[in-house]
Write a protein that binds this ligand. Structure first.
Ligand code: FAD
Length: 481
């Protein structure tokens, strides 16, 4: 029997696994998808928010601030791209200027450091491409940009390296109380644990109701985006927000850690997994973003995508023990700023588990480090040495992003290997460039099949059933998931 089962491996489940992996515990993570970080965690604005937006006193405010403070350290330890570029909230009229005052006060109450109001001229001096109509801005130097899926992967990989078990393609379909814990039924068998954590994102209400009484309802809301090519990546240097409204934080324009420009998101009610893009949504993104930064060249768009916020009918994060089921802990309603707050959510849940009787004895040996080889960041000398040792680093597979065969092979032998083309893309960036995998996908597919002894037909684009090839191929075996 496990001490703890975590349901869901987005950034919140991964942060919980990472936090609990420090202790002498048996922990298993059950993830419905074929890969981790493939829900809301892969499709968001990728901002570690400074923390001036949430209402003071809420868990959202406390966890945003604490999580944001923890994120920099975690990223340094686990080699995750993170840049503290700071953010600006722009004001275009008197009502916006009033809003900046409110955000400043809120931020100061929440404990955000370094907040400052700027005039229009000061704002344009920092960020020359913002509109001439800008009257002022709120500057928040502690806001950062991050690679959200690598953040999740890094925490989960470190947890697995330290003994946590991860089961993928393992959708939780039933939960029953047993004398000394829970019996969890999944699409891949049964599991037992003394305690459960529900980190199931947009399905958190359904998972809670597998055993508990209704305590909250998830109200999914879709956000649509543009991702522009690297030639637009320098259009702004900071994260540019507009004043928040009834639809949340509004449309932002931001550089990404990969050197692109991200623009979005919208907010519209949707079904839990509806990540479609709409002409109207994308029109709204363009129109509103051009108000902030009139020179954005949308013709340099390389991808549109959408993510689904798991907001609930309770205006705060729900991080607590279920009221109807003792021992069943919830991380639900984790909408934005959930990416920023994740380590703090995990810390709170660890404390609640301890209070509930879980014994936390720190491991004497714990490997809290991770390094990923990024070929393009090496000096010429280092590249030459590496290629001399292993010629696979001399074969560039993704020409847009300069990702080598050596890097792809390495990621296939990490603690949580990918089994899909998009899984490789999330781990090393192959297919993230201008051609969006048009050239490299077939070669990535071949490498996955070769390294993992799979039939190429079984290598999916993403989820089970997302076939790329059909028909017979020679040799290979079945997906060994
Ligand atoms: C448009 C948009 C913009 C955002 N921007 C930001 C931002 O800039 N900064 C920020 O801090 N936050 C942002 N967020 C919020 C942030 O992305 C989320 O709070 C965070 O990713 C939630 O992580 P999670 O682990 O709770 O959920 P998810 O990443 O969705 O993970 C949940 C996992 O649970 C699994 N699961 C579901 N049901 C089951 C089951 N029955 N059995 C097993 N597994 C199951 C799913 O497959 C999934 O992998 C944004 C969100 C959106 C949608």
């Amino acid at each position: 029997m496990d001490d703890v089962i975590i349901i869901g491996c987005g950034v919140v489940g991964a942060a919980c696994a990472y936090a609990l992996s420090r202790y002498e515990l048996n922990v298993t993570v059950l993830e419905a998808g074929s890969d981790i970080a493939a829900g809301t965690t892969k499709a968001n604005s990728a901002i570690i928010h400074a923390g001036y937006d949430p209402v003071p006193g809420t868990d959202m405010a406390k966890m945003n601030l604490e999580g944001s403070n923890m994120a920099g350290d975690i990223c340094r330890r686990l080699d995750v791209p993170y840049e503290r570029v700071g953010s600006l909230v722009l004001a275009f009229d008197d009502a916006d200027l009033q809003c900046l005052q409110t955000l400043l006060k809120r931020g100061q109450t929440n404990g955000v450091e370094g907040l400052k109001l700027l005039s229009g001229e000061e704002t344009r001096a920092m960020e020359p491409n913002v509109s001439g109509q800008v009257l002022g801005a709120l500057w928040a130097p502690t806001a950062a940009i991050i690679n959200p899926w690598e953040y999740c992967l890094a925490m989960a990989e470190t947890a697995v390296k330290n003994g946590v078990r991860l089961r993928r393609n393992c959708c939780v379909t039933g939960i029953r109380r047993e004398q000394d814990g829970f019996l969890v039924t999944t699409t891949r068998g049964e599991f037992n644990a003394k305690y459960l954590i529900n980190a199931a994102g947009v399905h958190a209400d359904a998972v809670h109701e597998l055993i508990g009484e209704k305590e909250f309802t998830i109200c999914p809301s879709r956000g649509e985006y543009y991702l522009l090519d690297k030639c637009e990546g320098q259009r702004v240097r900071h994260v540019i927000f507009q004043c928040p409204g009834k639809e949340g934080k509004g449309i932002l324009v931001s550089p990404t850690v990969h050197g692109n420009l991200i623009v979005g998101p919208t907010a519209s009610p949707c079904a839990p997994e509806d990540v479609s893009n709409t002409a109207e949504g994308l029109r709204q993104v363009r129109e509103r973003a051009l108000k902030s930064v009139p020179t954005i060249a949308f013709r340099e768009n390389i991808r549109n995508f959408a993510g689904v916020r798991a907001a609930s009918d309770i205006p705060d994060f729900i991080v607590r023990e279920s009221r109807s089921v003792p021992g069943f802990f919830q991380a639900a309603g984790i909408c934005s700023p959930g990416l920023s707050a994740a380590p703090s959510i995990a810390k709170r849940l660890t404390e609640l588990l301890a209070r509930s009787g879980l014994e936390l004895r720190e491991k004497t040996e714990y490997d809290d480090s991770r390094r990923r080889l990024r070929f393009t960041r090496l000096s010429d000398g280092e590249k030459n040495n590496l290629i001399a040792k292993d010629p696979r680093f001399g074969r560039v597979i993704c020409r847009c992003e300069t990702i080598t065969e050596g890097e792809i092979v390495a990621c296939l032998h990490t603690p949580i290997p990918p089994y899909s083309i998009n899984g490789v893309k999330r781990r090393v960036g192959a297919g993230m460039g201008r051609c969006q995998g048009g050239f490299c996908s077939p070669r990535v597919q071949e490498i996955i099949a070769r390294e993992l002894h799979m039939d190429p037909v079984d290598v999916m684009l993403e989820e089970e059933g997302s076939y790329i090839l059909t028909g017979e191929t020679k040799g290979g075996g079945k997906n060994g998931l």
